[in-house]
Design a protein around this ligand. Structure first.
Ligand code: 5AD
Ligand code: SF4
Length: 384
C-alpha cells in the first residue's frame, strides 16, 4: 500500500533507453497511487522530474540545459520542485546538488518506490534530498505500473553489465549484472498477459547474458516464456555478440513467437578498434554468428550499433567499418559519434579524432546505410 501524500501535478520527462521508459512507467504508477497527478511534459507542473541518460555527452547536455531553463522558471515561481532519476544520478550522485542549487531531489535506479515520500519531504522541508541505494536490483515489478500501450509491455529481466567495453558508462551507472529469478519473470509475464498484453519486450543492458537461479540461461528463459498461451510475441534488447550463442539461435529458429528482429551491436568493423574497445569479438567472429543466424532463421532482420571516431581510429579502420556495413547489409544501424565518458576505461585514451572528421565519417556511414536500407528494406527498419 502506498500512502497518499500529495495532489500535486508532476511531469516526467524520459531520456535514454527502453529501461528508462520502463522505470518512468513504474515511477508514474507509484506517484499516481500516492495521489500525484501525472501530466504531460512541459510547463505548468508543480514538480518536474527527469529520468536521465549518461550514455553520451549529448544526452547529459540535454538535461543540463533543461535544468538551466527550470532554474530560470524558479526565479519567478520559487515553489516549483525539480528532481532527477536515472543514470545521471547513479553517475554523479550528490555532486549534482552542488552544481545545481535549484535541484531539489534525486532518486537512484534502485529507489523508485521512494519517490512519493522523497517529494513529500522536499515539500515539507524545502531541503535538497537524495535516496541513492548502492546495492540490490533496480528492477521493480508492480501492478501499479502505468503502461501507455494495452498490448505491448517492457519487461526488464536483468540489469548492469560485467563486460568491459572501454567506451561504456553502463558498468558505472547500472553496476554489475543482476538477473531476476526466472520464476518471477514468468509470473510477471503471465500477469501482463492476463491484463491483455500480447507482445513483451525483455530488457537488459546485456539481455542475453541473463542467468537466473539454478543457472537458467537466456535461451531457456525464452523457451519458458513461449509456453504462455496468449502471449503472441517476445522481443528482447540489447544483446552482446559474445553471448549470442548457437543455443539461442536454435531457440529462435524453433519458436515462431520470438521476434524475427535481432539487434546485435557490432560497434566497429576494424579488429584493431574492437580490441581497443575490448569488445571480446573480432569482425569475423561477429560475421560468422550473423551468417549462422541467417542460415537458421532466414526471415530474421538484423540491426546494429556502430561508433565512429573512437580513440585511435584511422582511415583504414573507418574503411573496415564501411566494408562491414556493405558486407552484412543490416536492416538498420544506429550510428554514433564517439563521446568520451569520464570514468570509463577509454577516458584514459586520447579522444584524438577531431569533431569534423567524426562528423564526416559518421555522414559517410549514414549514407551507406541509407542506401542499403532503401534498397533491401524499402518498407522500413532503418534504425539510423
Ligand atoms: N560514445 C558513443 N556511443 C556510445 N555508445 C555507448 N557508449 C558510447 C560512447 N561513449 C553507443 C553504443 C551502444 C549504444 C547504446 O550507444 O553503440 O551500443
Ligand atoms: Fe542511457 Fe545506458 Fe542508462 Fe539506458 S542504461 S539510460 S542507455 S546510460
Amino acid at each position: 500500500m502506498i500512502k497518499k501524500v500529495s495532489s500535486h501535478k508532476i511531469s516526467i520527462e524520459t531520456f535514454g533507453c527502453q529501461m528508462n521508459e520502463y522505470d518512468s512507467q513504474v515511477a508514474r504508477g507509484f506517484l499516481e497511487a500516492a495521489g500525484f497527478e501525472v501530466i504531460g511534459e512541459g510547463n505548468g507542473s508543480d514538480v518536474y522530474l527527469m529520468n536521465t541518460c549518461s550514455v553520451r555527452e549529448h544526452a547529459e547536455d540535454k538535461v543540463y540545459s533543461r535544468l538551466g531553463k527550470l532554474s530560470k522558471i524558479k526565479k519567478t515561481k520559487p515553489e516549483i520542485i525539480v528532481g532527477l532519476m536515472g543514470c545521471m544520478v547513479e553517475e554523479h550522485k550528490e555532486k549534482l546538488f552542488r552544481r545545481f542549487p535549484d535541484l531539489d531531489f534525486m532518486v537512484g535506479t534502485r529507489n523508485i518506490k521512494e519517490l512519493p515520500s522523497l517529494i513529500e519531504e522536499v515539500l515539507r522541508t524545502r531541503k535538497q534530498v537524495a535516496q541513492i541505494k548502492r546495492d540490490g536490483i533496480s528492477i521493480e515489478y508492480t501492478d501499479l505500473i502505468k503502461r501507455d500501450n494495452a498490448f505491448h509491455a517492457w519487461l526488464p529481466i536483468m540489469t548492469g553489465c560485467d563486460k568491459v567495453c572501454t567506451y561504456c558508462i553502463v558498468p558505472v551507472t547500472r553496476g554489475r549484472e543482476v538477473s531476476m529469478p526466472a520464476r518471477e519473470v514468468f509470473r510477471e509475464a503471465s500477469r501482463l498477459v492476463s491484463e491483455g498484453v500480447k507482445h513483451i519486450t525483455l530488457l537488459g543492458q546485456n539481455v542475453n547474458s541473463y542467468h537466473g537461479e539454478k543457472s537458467v540461461s537466456f535461451p531457456q528463459l525464452l523457451e519458458m516464456l513461449c509456453q504462455i498461451e496468449r502471449l503472441e510475441q517476445i522481443s528482447f534488447t540489447t544483446s552482446h555478440p559474445h553471448d549470442a550463442t548457437e543455443e539461442l539461435f536454435q531457440v529462435i529458429a524453433r519458436n515462431p513467437k520470438i521476434s524475427r528482429h535481432f539487434h546485435l551491436p557490432l560497434q566497429s568493423g576494424s579488429d584493431r578498434i574492437l580490441k581497443r574497445m575490448k569488445r571480446l569479438h573480432t569482425y569475423q567472429d561477429y560475421k560468422a554468428k550473423i551468417d549462422r543466424l541467417r542460415e537458421l532463421v532466414p526471415d530474421i532482420s538484423i540491426t546494429t550499433d556502430m561508433i565512429t571516431g573512437f580513440s585511435g581510429e584511422t582511415e583504414e579502420d573507418h574503411k573496415a567499418t564501411k566494408r562491414a556495413l556493405e558486407e552484412i547489409r543490416f536492416g538498420g544501424a544506429y550510428l554514433f559519434k564517439y563521446s568520451l565518458r569520464p570514468g570509463t576505461p577509454a577516458a584514459k585514451l586520447p579522444d584524438d579524432i577531431p569533431m569534423d572528421v567524426k562528423k564526416r565519417r559518421h555522414h559517410e556511414l549514414l549514407e551507406i546505410q541509407k542506401r542499403i536500407s532503401n534498397k533491401d528494406f524499402p518498407f522500413g527498419i532503418n534504425a539510423s
